[in-house]
Design a protein around this ligand. Structure first.
Ligand code: SF4
Ligand code: SF4
Length: 448
């Protein structure tokens, strides 16, 4: 059971160093085009998009290059004007090779972005807005990459009363959402207009952590008088940005085990996703670039960049002055971001940042990563925001008792925040165990 006795926050959780100062004050800059952009057809949870271009075809920046294949799918758009060089496999963060469109940008092009059919906020119906969001290829930009139009439809029989705009950004190092809130307030409020109309919710809450007072102030001042929006500030604590935690913290409502925000009358949308809805729909455009933070001790030119989708991690690191002894790169931040195993994988819609670390921080050179036996200190139990028992789950994972983990110890509720691993004095990679165990449970359940 969650505990709401602490005002505007949740119990448990941790306080890792924030490390946001290097980039929080740096305005968003446009990133250059790489010689080749690799656009995977599956950048979201659900069915891959269906490609609509062929090899050798000239395309225009912003043009639809793949359309949604069913409701659990979204469209893809050209990140640059150029030529489709190849349609083939590319590395992905899941470790699997996935189908992708390889685009060579045209050096002589002005790189104007193609407009499409506008979605007018006043005349569009909720269904038309849902279709426009899907056609714009919009997914959760906070990292989840869940198709946004799907989560906006409440399940049968559920009524929504609160739209949550999530600007918490609790992940260390990342300042993407922070900069979007400072620089794109008009887009955010336009996005909220679409979202209020489509969800039928009477009010919106923008949730921000206390380490971003300038963003809270900016949004309070910029909020149009006719919009029912409240800006709420929560104390800094990790993982406050998780949907379950932010709804618990600011609404005092507990999402049941295995449930969704809709079960407690809420719908949650990341603030950068909201800004993209407000920026793209009035011009009928799709996502062909996104804002990311590129940072970490292994980067000399840290910053917040609007980067074309399909830019490889290798090109991004080269442009940002990566140092020689980088030992670990994360897609996202170091707490929840998956580790990059192949630098030739592309940045996708779900990539909120790249953080690069050298051997000095990751401990490869010093042996600090050596794993020791569990000493039953219970620090992991005190850290878990869902009141799970990571120590016990870790023992079961080692014994490959996956079904018991799921049935008796709520493994599937774990959202892989990494708090337990972070505090473990024995350096037991608990979250890696849980990630792998969840995959095994899903595999077994799918087969039965
Ligand atoms: S990774 Fe899972 S088990 Fe560990 S603290 Fe987070 S939610 Fe709890
Ligand atoms: S924090 Fe680590 S050592 Fe302590 S109980 Fe949990 S798994 Fe064991």
């Amino acid at each position: 059971m969650l505990d709401f006795s602490h005002k505007d926050t949740f119990r448990h959780g941790i306080h890792p160093p924030e490390n946001k100062d290097d980039t929080a004050g740096l305005p968003i800059r446009q990133f250059p085009f790489a010689p080749v952009l690799i656009v995977p057809l599956s950048q979201h949870l659900g069915k891959p998009a269906r490609v609509t271009v062929r090899e050798g075809q000239e395309i225009i920046r912003g043009q639809t290059i793949a359309e949604a294949d069913g409701f659990m799918s979204v469209a893809m758009h050209a990140p640059a004007s150029g030529t489709v060089r190849r349609i083939g496999l590319a590395p992905s963060i899941s470790g699997k090779m996935v189908e992708a469109v390889y685009i060579e940008p045209l050096p002589a092009s002005t790189q104007e972005i193609a407009d499409g059919e506008p979605c007018d906020i006043d005349s569009a119906t909720p269904d038309e807005i849902i279709s426009a969001i899907q056609a714009a290829g919009i997914v959760g930009l906070g990292g989840a990459a869940f198709p946004t139009h799907v989560k906006l439809r409440p399940p049968e029989g559920k009524t929504l009363d609160t739209l949550f705009i999530n600007g918490v950004e609790c992940e260390p190092y990342l300042t993407t959402d922070h900069r979007v809130m400072l620089e794109q307030s008009d887009d955010i409020f336009m996005g909220i207009r679409y979202l209020l109309k489509v969800t039928g919710t009477p009010k919106a809450i923008i949730a921000i952590e206390a380490n971003k007072p300038d963003a809270a102030e900016k949004l309070r001042q910029a909020c149009p008088a006719d919009l029912p929006v409240e800006v709420r500030v929560a104390p800094v604590k990790y993982p406050q940005g998780a949907e379950k935690m932010v709804i618990a913290a600011l609404l005092g409502r507990e999402i049941p085990s295995g449930g969704l925000p809709a079960d407690v009358g809420a719908v949650c949308c990341n603030v950068a996703t909201t800004a993209e809805i407000g920026r793209l729909l009035p011009r009928g455009r799709g996502i062909q670039e996104r804002v990311i933070t590129i940072t970490g001790p292994g980067i000399t030119k840290k910053g917040n960049y609007r980067i074309p989708i399909g830019t490889t991690v290798r090109f991004a690191l080269e442009q940002c002055g990566a140092v020689d002894d980088i030992s670990r790169v994360f897609m996202g931040g170091p707490m929840m971001g998956p580790s990059v195993s192949n630098l030739d994988m592309p940045i996708t819609k779900g990539t909120s940042g790249i953080t690069a670390f050298t051997t000095a921080e990751t401990g490869h050179a010093t042996g600090h990563n050596k794993v020791f036996p569990c000493i039953h200190c219970a620090r992991c139990v005190e850290a878990c925001p869902l009141f799970l028992n990571p120590s016990q789950l870790g023992i079961l994972a080692k014994n490959e008792e996956y079904e018991k983990m799921a049935d008796e110890f709520h493994l599937m509720d774990c959202f892989e925040c990494g708090s337990c691993s972070y505090v473990c004095p024995s350096h037991i990679p608990l979250v890696q165990y849980f990630r792998m165990s969840k995959k095994m449970v899903r595999k077994v359940r799918a087969a039965s």
